[in-house]
Design a protein around this ligand. Structure first.
Ligand SMILES: Cc1cc2nc3c(=O)[nH]c(=O)nc-3n(C[C@H](O)[C@H](O)[C@H](O)COP(=O)(O)OP(=O)(O)OC[C@H]3O[C@@H](n4cnc5c(N)ncnc54)[C@H](O)[C@@H]3O)c2cc1C
Ligand code: SF4
Length: 325
């Protein structure tokens, strides 16, 4: 697998990065952002959606902050996993991503903006050609989706990032910057239910940082992950939860690796009208399991992943309640 050629650009400030993006957009030239490159570059080696230009965020100073209330997009996952300054839930989720080597390069921004995955798509170019492509990259053939056939309007590739659900249950706010200025979006409104569009970023925009509200340090959290090999695999399902002990209405639950987006589960919490306690764990876990609809495009069968959501939710909720195993 040879890396295809592309032009790599290294802006040193946020303003320079925005100017570069603006110039490419004005000239109608395609480009990708790259941070740690642990997702983008393997995809490029498989000749997946290769762009002519790549803008690296690696040389921009000051966007790798690590603290309880602010994490920069370029913060490395290895540093987050080892940090005593971030919320323990973020450190725990970061420590479960891939392997030690990958975490040393991988970043928070790249993890949030991770491309969606599908076993009909994350394959070599020859393999993809042999099935006449698919809707996510149809090479002008108008191919259908191979997972939900007879349609070429929606891609249901799975979002398999580990950290987004923890950001959601800690009320994270994503700060976005681009040629048109800055804006902020709650993490639970950042993702879009389409495996190609993925999120609300407009052309030329990138993630600058994630901030958390005052009081986040009082939240107790837990993230549970299902994967094939503990050593480095992507999540096949993941559930995060958090609450402020003694404040049942503060409960937040989110899941990942089950659909095209990580999902925040406020409506399932609201539907259970009783006060959150150990007695409610069973019914809440069942409601979360019922709400998700995994499809057949990752390593493990969707029925198994769905049933494991109940187990992971139970384990996560019992942990934040401090229940004995
Ligand atoms: C073997 C292997 C195992 C893996 N296992 C896991 C796992 O268990 N869990 C998991 O979550 N991930 C896993 N990954 C995926 C990946 O390593 C991580 O998600 C990592 O955090 C991606 O970060 P990065 O900085 O390397 O992203 P990059 O590869 O640099 O970028 C990823 C995507 O995000 C975009 N991007 C990057 N930064 C920004 C930004 N600031 N703003 C806007 N867009 C941006 C890029 O354009 C690209 O589309 C695995 C990867 C490999 C190769
Ligand atoms: S979900 Fe469908 S369109 Fe998307 S990558 Fe898989 S086969 Fe292609």
């Amino acid at each position: 697998m040879l890396m295809p050629p592309f032009n790599l650009h290294h802006p040193e400030t946020v303003e320079e990065a925005c100017e570069l993006a603006s110039t490419f957009l004005a000239n109608d030239e395609s480009f990708d952002w790259v941070a740690g490159g642990t997702d983008l570059l393997p995809n490029y080696k498989w000749h997946i959606n290769v762009k002519k230009h790549v803008i690296s965020l690696a040389n921009i100073k000051g966007i790798d902050t690590i603290s309880m209330h602010e994490i920069g997009a370029m913060a490395r996952l290895g540093a987050l996993a080892d940090s005593e300054d971030v919320h323990p839930l973020i450190a725990s989720a970061a420590s479960k991503v891939a392997s030690f080597l990958i975490r040393n390069n991988a970043t928070l921004g790249g993890n949030i903006c991770l491309d969606t995955r599908c076993f009909w798509f994350n394959q070599s170019e020859d393999w993809r050609r042999s099935i006449d492509w698919c809707h996510k990259e149809d090479c002008g053939t108008g191919s259908d989706c191979r997972v939900i056939p007879n349609q070429n309007t929606l891609c249901v590739a799975t979002y398999q990032g580990d950290i987004a659900p923890s950001l959601m249950v800690l009320e994270g706010l994503i700060h976005i910057i681009g040629p048109s200025g800055q804006r902020q979006v709650p993490v639970n409104e950042f993702f879009k239910l389409d495996g190609i569009t993925r999120n609300v970023l407009e052309s030329g925009e990138f993630v600058l940082k994630v901030t958390f509200p005052e009081g986040v340090e009082h939240r107790v959290g837990s993230y549970k992950k299902l994967r094939v090999r503990e050593s480095w695999d992507f999540p096949e399902a993941g559930v995060a939860s958090s609450w402020i002990v003694g404040q049942p209405s503060s409960l937040r639950i989110a899941s990942t690796a089950l659909e095209s987006v990580p999902r925040y589960h406020q409506s399932e919490i609201d539907a259970i009208e009783e006060v959150f306690s150990s007695d409610l764990v069973g019914s809440l876990s069942k409601a979360i399991m019922k709400s998700i609809k995994p499809v057949n495009n990752t390593a493990l069968p969707p029925r198994y992943r769905k049933s494991m959501v109940r187990v992971l939710t139970k384990r996560s909720l019992h942990e934040i309640l401090g229940d004995k195993a």
